[in-house]
Design a protein around this ligand. Sequence first.
Ligand code: SAM
Length: 274
Amino acid sequence: MKKPARIDTSDGLPVAEVGEWSVELKHRLLREYVDATWGVRSKYQHRGYVDLFSGPGRVEVKTTGQIVDGSSLIAWRASAGSKAPYTSVIVADSDRESTEACDTRLKRAGCMPRTLVGEARETSRKAAAELDRFGLHLVFLDPYNLKALPFSVFEAFFERDLRHVDFIVHFSANDLQRNLDSFLAEETSIMDDFVPGWRAHVTMRARDQMRGTTFWYWVSLFEKHGFQIAKEAPLIRGGTRQPLYWLVLLSRHPLAANIWNSVADKSPQGSFGF
Ligand SMILES: C[S@@+](CC[C@H](N)C(=O)[O-])C[C@H]1O[C@@H](n2cnc3c(N)ncnc32)[C@H](O)[C@@H]1O
């Protein structure tokens, strides 16, 4: 997906261009997860949805030209159609034009979002500060690459000591695969921010093994904070079936993982196999 340039003639606002795969699977999983968790949400007075890579809120599918909702609109509408709508929606993006379009679209859809402009490493702190500590919150993180998602983004939520927060994360298999060798060779690399301490845990060996070790070490950083990764982690593939990213759920409560697993095991694309 690129910086939005095209306009959705139905609302006069910019859209971002995406490959079909992300609409078909990523958005379906998000919608179904928000739908399926309404009962759990209904037990909480404060229910937050945070999207730190929101884009403009509508996307144009490259292959078909069809324009559909993006992640934050999907999550909001799915919750608004349930008995437990989100009480707090926080959207952010590093691209100002995108955040403004997303803000306008959410407002037109009946939501009153808190909208931030900036990189996730900064907006994560502001977003975490706005969430009720005892509410139930879903944080959706959908960056283009590993660089945009330093571990400090998660730490912002851990440090706030939120009791009930779940993360759905786009983990770029593509980026990891392409760059692991060069990351190792460089003295400092984006991996130091993405998965702090990795050098002590990942050693030079076959690429597949290195990928697996890095991934599981990243997961172990969550385990230190009481989070588990859900068993189902659908692999989103590109137009030529190349692996692009896994969509993973990290949560403390097994119920979140159970719901995610039941939604995600319908995925035709398969899970990771380390
Ligand atoms: C994959 S797109 C998000 C798509 C959106 N979640 C959806 O489904 O409609 C990634 C977005 O991240 C934004 N972005 C890139 N680097 C960023 C960063 N470091 N922090 C926050 N946003 C960033 C881009 O402007 C782009 O809108």
